[in-house]
Write a protein that binds this ligand. Structure first.
Ligand SMILES: [Zn+2]
Length: 636
């Protein structure tokens, strides 16, 4: 796109675990009855039980549980299936004969809901999972991320090799697809976080916390819940400089596991430019509805009835499972996306011209306006009306973006049009006009829309322009602002969010956890992170991070001329009014202090990774700026 482009382990309340915070409590249904022992003095004290033919999610959940308990205690919990006789305490993972005997069937759970239950000598981890059947494998869909098909989201990896124990390899396995039901995994991951103290702050070995202890017991009340946000698309890959450096070298396989561990994906939704060069060539090549004027080959005539008919038929064929949409055209689950290509070369035929003219008064002086809303949404509505006649329970998905960001002024959207406003979330702390403009259009859609509402959240500034134009931006760290926005969206009933861009490792982690449970305490999560991650160096590292946030999110640090009505001059603000000489001295001193205080090899490694990823970037950025200005700052 153009611009988008403590409970726990009562017997082992070690200091860090007593303070464990920031994790959702869930709904307590049953009081704690007994202590369940997973491992005792490094020996297995229970078995993991799955169905004889487990779902992909149950298979992964069982292996993840086995691996993490092994890392924590040194004990290997045997994985058995329910056709065997299993003596002694059991952890039941996914639906099996054993769970059915206790009254728990996966089909009784709504999508994404899961249960962690404690019964005498038994822990149950269960939810609804995608079943590996021919029908399910034949489901059509072109999802938002991971490639062109749903099959592409079912990554294959050698599990034991990926987690650093290649000697245990049992060959390649298929993971549950990013957008497939996998609530048994959610139960297992929640269980490991809350009751075993595991934290997946990143995809690589140094970015994961697995607290060792020889005996592992758990004791809790039942938890039955589902993630708050239903579509969670922040498939962080460590491919932007800060996260990449903070994580250290990462493999694709490690990131695939991280996405499951952070419970990303969820409901099937997609929305991106579906009219594009690829689909113009493959599908929309009828001369009758090509845009007239300079837009020929770049846009279509969106008032042409033949085009409406063709797109409506594509949607019907997709929803009926008869025909996949062409490559480059997003449609997945109950959503068929319609979004124009990313240029303003619209058709100049009389009908198109008249509708475009009707939006003249809807400019805002900001990137997001409504000048094309009457025009493009007339087309979306025309298709939606047709599709509703045959498929009343399905949705046409579209973005509220750029010059069609505002609702149309002349009509309402059809009830089966699902909107996704594109919002500049990364600017909210510092840019009043952009925030106010976004909030205006967001609230208008919130009020008007009758179908589920999704969001496209920008986190690409300032890093994307910095990478493209090759300059060093000031680190845009803003977890509190991000959490504030995410909470508001979830409480307003937004169903899903796609993130465009990538924050640093901690902020990205926090966002995904708030998506799961917006009631978590962000300050407690930050405290816990620095304590667990940097140990003896926690204090200066936390101060360093929060100081970066203070600087980056203070609007006073963005004076004119760097502050423009609809943008920020990221390049020139970075080392003049943000990374000033006194601030750099203070931040450098904190980093020095952290390096001196780090004690264990792991602490030293983590401080070193953060130093190289963020502090070095800043030092180089300021040096490059001074060199550009012959050693003299252009402003104070
Ligand atoms: Zn036209």
């Amino acid at each position: 796109m153009r611009k988008m482009l403590c409970l726990v382990a009562a017997a082992f309340c070690t200091p860090w675990i007593i303070g464990c915070a920031g994790l959702h409590a869930g709904r307590a249904a049953t009081p704690a009855k007994s202590v369940f022992t997973l491992a005792k003095e490094g020996q297995a004290a229970c078995s993991i039980v799955v169905a004889a033919n487990p779902t992909p999610a149950a298979r992964l959940a069982a292996m993840e549980l086995q691996f993490h308990v092994l890392k924590i205690t040194g004990a290997e919990l045997p994985i058995r299936n329910d056709s065997e006789t299993v003596a002694g305490p059991r952890i039941l993972v996914g639906e099996s004969g054993a769970t059915r005997a206790m009254g728990y069937k996966a089909a009784d759970f709504p999508p994404q809901e899961y249960l962690i239950a404690f019964r005498p000598d038994t822990v149950i981890l269960i939810g609804r999972d995608w079943e590996d059947t021919e029908t399910n494998r034949n489901e059509l869909g072109r999802p938002m991320s991971c490639g062109e098909t749903l099959a592409a989201t079912r990554h294959k990896l050698d599990y034991w090799k990926t987690v650093g124990m290649p000697e245990r390899s049992t060959g390649e396995m298929e993971l549950p697809g990013i957008y497939d039901d996998q609530a048994t995994c959610y139960a297992a991951y929640h269980f490991m976080e809350k009751f075993c103290g595991v934290r997946w702050y990143g995809a690589t070995e140094p970015s994961i916390i697995i607290p060792p202890r020889k005996t592992l017991t758990v004791n809790g009340a039942d938890i039955r819940r589902s993630p708050a946000l239903k579509y969670r698309d922040s498939l962080i890959g460590g491919d932007w400089p800060f996260m990449q450096g903070q994580w250290g070298p990462v493999t694709r396989q490690e990131t695939w596991l991280l996405w499951r561990r952070l419970r990303l994906g969820g409901e099937k939704w997609a929305g991106n430019h579906t009219f594009n060069q690829k689909t113009f060539e493959s599908t929309f090549n009828d001369p009758e509805y090509q845009a007239q004027g300079p837009g020929k080959g770049k846009q279509l005539c969106y008032t042409n009835p033949k085009l409406v008919e063709q797109v409506a038929q594509m949607a019907r064929d997709y929803f009926d499972g008869r025909k996949a949409t062409p490559e480059g055209w997003k449609a997945v689950g109950d959503y068929f996306a319609i979004i124009p290509d990313d240029n303003a070369n619209f058709c100049i035929c009389d009908q198109c011209k008249a509708l475009i003219a009707s939006g003249r008064g809807m400019s805002t002086g900001q990137f997001s306006s409504g000048t094309i809303s009457n025009y493009f949404f007339s087309f979306v509505n025309a298709v939606a009306r047709e599709v509703r006649k045959t498929h009343p329970d399905k949705y046409i998905a579209t973005l509220a973006y750029w010059n069609y960001a505002y609702p149309p002024s002349d009509f309402e959207m059809e009830p089966n049009v699902s909107m996704a406003p594109c919002l500049h979330t990364c600017m909210y702390a510092i840019h009043k006009e952009m925030r106010e403009n976004d909030m205006k259009l967001y609230h208008e859609w919130l009020q008007k829309t009758r179908a589920p509402l999704y969001l496209w959240n920008y986190y690409h500034h300032p890093m994307e322009p910095a990478l493209i134009k090759k300059f060093y931006c000031f680190p845009n760290i803003m977890p509190h602002s991000s959490v504030q926005s995410a909470r508001m969206f979830i409480r307003d009933g937004v169903r899903g969010i796609f993130i465009c861009g990538q924050q640093d490792m901690l902020e990205s982690y926090i966002i995904t956890r708030i998506w799961d449970d917006p009631d978590q305490d962000v300050d407690a999560m930050i405290d816990e992170f620095f304590r667990l991650y940097f140990g003896a160096a926690a204090k200066p590292m936390k101060k360093f991070y929060l100081e970066l946030e203070n600087i980056a999110t203070n609007p006073k640090n963005y004076p004119k001329p760097y502050y423009k009505k609809n943008a920020i001059d990221w390049k020139n603000v970075a080392w003049t009014t943000l990374g000033t000489e006194p601030r750099m001295r203070q931040l450098g001193a904190l980093m020095d202090q952290a390096q001196k205080l780090a004690q264990t090899e792991q602490e030293k490694k983590r401080v070193g990774l953060w130093n190289d990823a963020i502090w070095k970037w800043m030092v180089e950025g300021r040096a490059a700026y001074l060199a550009r200005h012959q050693g003299k700052p252009v402003a104070k």
